[in-house]
Write a protein that binds this ligand. Structure first.
Ligand code: TRP
Length: 364
């Protein structure tokens, strides 16, 4: 078996999602396990996970569980990967999950050199309002900063005892001190909600974060005699591909990457140059049709821009039949993206004003 290391801090591309499922022993996501699957679930964007049955059981039997994610305030923008995580959280929140969002300010300091003060400012002014703008219910969401949560810090120190350097290297491919600190803290985050009461939990993440989930599950197993933690479940989304067809958008290639928010005019220019599944000439495309499977514009429709399955299907068919050409689809993508950005910005501003009313965990 080829054991490819996925590095949550790196930029290695994942070519074959099925191979990942095999290599890492993931469960394939089964749409039948979840009621009213959301857009990402219906379209195979959520493609795998760990212990998904446990969560599906909680939903069906209305048992307590939690859903959690962390915000890295390293940038003044977020990306489509964050959007997918929020949409998954929202799904579980709708089915009763106690929802936690933590600001990974200790990780930002240890791994990226961002001061705690700066991290806090960014999180309150942008990241938290942005996550709310993408659909979370502020009344049902609990927030904290890693640096203020001594329980998390203490758990991290305790968990450090249970991990060896070699094991860390095997999971992550490297072992920088900053990464070790960040990883044990993250394990603390993920298990923290179970300190008061053990219950299943789920962490929706991009597939590159799976190493953290493996580590957390290993630690939880080793702590069984003391804490009786449920091993946390996880659910993974595929990447939103870069506009040039690369597997993942990357800020290092801004012409192929769309951030949230971004100026609509700039975004539309990029969209106009995106890779499509079109033929060399219009005449040929009209005759033979295009290939939506290879088209990044179609992928944007599928993952983010078009909610209605029938509408998406129509676009697919019209492309296949050569009825609608790439230019027209690009124009539609640009219009929908402009609408999305406008509404996103508006909601971010609205949520900024609500920041004082949010439920931050109080620490003594
Ligand atoms: N490491 C995560 C990132 O890079 C942030 C994070 C910290 C996190 N704690 C977490 C994510 C707990 C999920 C769960 O984005």
């Amino acid at each position: 078996m080829v054991k490819k290391i996925i590095d949550p801090w790196g930029s290695e591309l994942v070519e074959d999602y099925n191979k990942l499922i095999k290599d890492f022993g993931l469960e394939t996501f089964n749409i039948k396990d979840f009621p009213k699957p959301n857009r990402l679930m219906r379209r195979g964007v959520m493609f795998a996970g760990r212990d998904l049955k446990l969560i599906s059981k909680c939903i069906k039997e209305k048992k307590k569980f939690y859903a959690l994610t962390g915000i890295m305030p390293t940038n003044d923008k977020i990306h489509f990967g964050n959007k997918m995580v929020v949409e998954s959280l929202r799904y579980f929140q709708d089915y009763g999950a106690i929802t936690y969002i933590l600001v990974a300010d200790l990780e930002s300091a240890a791994a990226r050199g961002i001061s705690l003060k700066e991290a806090k400012k960014r999180a309150l002014n942008f990241h938290i309002p942005a996550y709310l703008a993408l659909g979370l219910d502020p009344k049902k969401t609990v927030f904290y900063f890693q640096s203020e949560n001594m329980d998390v810090v203490h758990l991290g120190f305790e968990f450090a005892q249970k991990i060896t350097l070699n094991e860390f290297k095997a999971i992550y491919g490297s072992a920088d001190p900053g990464r070790i600190m960040s990883a044990v803290t993250q394990v603390g985050d993920i298990l923290f909600p179970q300190l008061k009461e053990t219950m299943p939990g789920i962490v929706p993440v991009g597939i590159d974060q799976d190493p953290h989930m493996r580590l957390t599950r290993d630690v939880a197993r080793r702590m069984k005699s003391k804490y009786k933690f449920f091993l946390p479940a996880s659910i993974y989304n595929k990447y939103t591909p870069a506009l040039n067809g690369d597997l993942k958008m990357s800020k290092s290639k801004p012409e192929s990457c769309i951030s949230l928010p971004e100026d609509s005019k700039v975004v539309c220019k990029k969209i106009m140059k995106a890779k499509t599944g079109g033929k060399d000439t219009l005449a040929e495309q009209k005759k033979k049709g295009g290939e939506p499977e290879k088209c990044i514009i179609f992928e944007l429709f599928k993952q983010h821009l078009i909610e209605d399955d029938k509408e998406l299907n129509k676009i697919y068919k019209n492309c296949k039949k050569g009825k609608v050409m790439c230019g027209e689809d690009k124009k539609l993508a640009c219009d929908l993206m402009t609408k999305f950005m406008k509404s996103f910005n508006k909601k971010v501003d609205k949520n900024k004003k609500k920041i004082k009313k949010l439920k931050f965990i109080k620490f003594k």
